[in-house]
Structures are given as C-alpha cells and as structure tokens.
Design a protein around this ligand. Sequence first.
Ligand code: SAM
Length: 359
Amino acid sequence: MPAIPDTLRPANGQLTDALGRPLRDLRISVTDRCNFRCGYCMPKEVFDRDYAFLPQTSLLSFEEITRLARIFVDHGVQKIRLTGGEPLLRRHLDVLVAMLAGLRTPADRPLDLTLTTNGSLLARKAQTLHDAGLRRVTVSLDALDDAIFRRMNDVDFPVADVLAGIDAALAAGLAPLKVNMVVKRGTNDGEILPMARHFRDHYGSRVVLRFIEYMDVGSTNGWRMDHVLPSAELIERLGSIYPLEPLDAQAPGETAQRWRYLDGGGEIGVISSVTQAFCRDCNRARLSTEGRLYLCLFAHHGHDLRHLLREAQANDAELTGAVADIWAGRADRYSELRERGIAQSGSGERKVEMHYIGG
Ligand code: SAM
C-alpha cells in the first residue's frame, strides 16, 4: 500500500528511478478479460468458466485512469499504450481514448497514444477509435495458417477476421501498424517465414512485423527455456531467405531491435527479452486494471494507486508525490538477472499474470 509522502515532490517532467532511468512509457490495462485463450498467456485449464475475473467496481473508471495518466504525463510520460486482457472488450473504449488524446506533455505535445489488441474486434472498432484520437495500433498475430492460429488462440477464432481487422485499421489511418508474433519453438516457428512473406509482400512499410521471444511472464503458462526461439536464430533463418541488415534504434528504451530487408521490402523487429535483456533502458510503467502500479513486467507486487484515489482521497499534489517516490525507488531489472542466472524466484510468490497487467 503506497503512502502519501510527508514531502511532496512536484512533477518536472524529469523523474528518474534508482538506476537513472526516466519514466516515458505508461501501459494501462483496461480489462483483465480476454476472448482468446492462448496457451502461453491465458491457458483454458486455468482461465475457465469458474475463474474469478475482477468485478466491475474494482476497475478504474475512465475518469480515474485519465487523472492518473495526467500525473504520469507531468512526470515525463510521452507514450500511452492501452492493453489488457483484450482492451477492445472494455465498453466505450473510444470515450477513454478521447479523454487521453486530450492530454498534453509539459512541452505541450500530444501523446503517442496507441493500443495493443488481438484484432478480433478491430474491423468493427478501428474507425471509431481513430476518430476518437487513437494514433496507432499493434495487432498480436501468431500464425497465418488458419489451423495453427485457431489452435493457438484455443477458441477456434479464424485468422481471416484478424487480417480483416488489420486492413480496417490501415484504412482508418492507424498506420504504420505493428504486428506482434510470439514465437514458441515447436508450436509456430514454422510460421515465421509465411508471416514475413505475407506482410512484406502485401503491405511493405505500412506494417512492421515484430517477433517476440516467448517469455516467462506469470506462473500459469508452464514456460520452458527450450520453447524459446532466440531472436539471433530467427534472424539467421529469416535472413537466409530475405537478407537483412540492422537499423539504429529510433528512440531510447525501444523494446524491439529493428532490421531492414535489403531488397527494400520494409522492416521487421525482434523483441529479445529472454536472450538479450534490455532492462538498462526500460522506461515503462504498467498500471493494472484495478489501479496497481507495476514497475516491471515480471514483478510480484504492484503499488495500489486506487487506494490513494478512493480510500485516501489523495489530491493531485499528493498523488504526484506518491508516484515520484515509487518511481524514484525503482531498481527492477528482472530479465538482466535472469540472463545471469540470478533472478529472484520471489520465494515461491506468484509473478503477475500477463492478462492482468497487459503486454
Ligand atoms: N489482448 C491484447 C493482445 O492480444 O495484444 C493485449 C494483451 S496481450 C497480454 C499483449 C501481448 O502479450 C500479446 O502480443 C501477447 O501475445 C503477448 N504475450 C502474452 N503472453 C506472453 C508470453 N508469455 N511471452 C511473450 N509474449 C506474451
């Protein structure tokens, strides 16, 4: 439970943590529910009919989210990503998008406002979201082959509907669009080439395909290192068919390493959080659906900002001071420690689940 500090640090847009890392990117989970049951994230055996999702009253309201977001922006956040669960399941999400789109950085710039979705409802909602002020979207898609995709989402959802969502998003102006593919060795690594071919041949630079190493997030997915396909191996495989060259990062703290097809077919990215940890530049904070602030994707605990909003009735200066103190004390670098074989197991505690905190 965070306390309201005795001395309230005001926001100056320059907040840094204990390792000197700024706060630039806020991921906000708007629901813990999802209509997919991907085995690596929300396996059916755990997230079944009896699973107790959060009740509506636990969720932060749009007003609460926007109030907190404003405080984070004053502290230096420039990018907000809405996530979940499946964010498009949250009713009237376009209203929240419009509220967040109205925020300005201390330098009076609009935010880089984006959203991560499984794409299942995107064809219906892309235009409304764009009109509300959404600028970009990332679509998760793990296979082009319909049978493999249906098996992976485990609710028999067809790939054609996600592809229609991608087209609708591009037509609505949500471009360039990113497609994220989690690669699990032995499950969908045979889809790397078909996915790369599809997106470069049909979309060129309008779609950036990014390959994500399967991560040991949460405690329910039975993660194993031999299911991880290291990005270096992926680049070697893909590069032998479509020669690639590395590109410089566009912004500090970027999760993906960028590569360019030498023949001009666009670019791809690899997110190697298992084999090449990037904690050193991590500038991301995560706000859960019920208002807990997590300082690392692999954290065991969050800081209950909803308590400050609701029970403690904190004013803006108090919230600002509390967030400043929490971030200033941040020293998390789980992936680096895992890489060196010294990650804390949390003495048997459960790590936060991806569907609760978002990607
Ligand atoms: N439902 C939305 C979606 O599908 O994008 C947003 C939430 S989802 C948890 C965010 C991203 O996390 C997705 O791209 C998903 O594939 C990814 N993800 C979930 N579990 C993962 C894991 N164990 N390793 C790597 N990525 C994972």
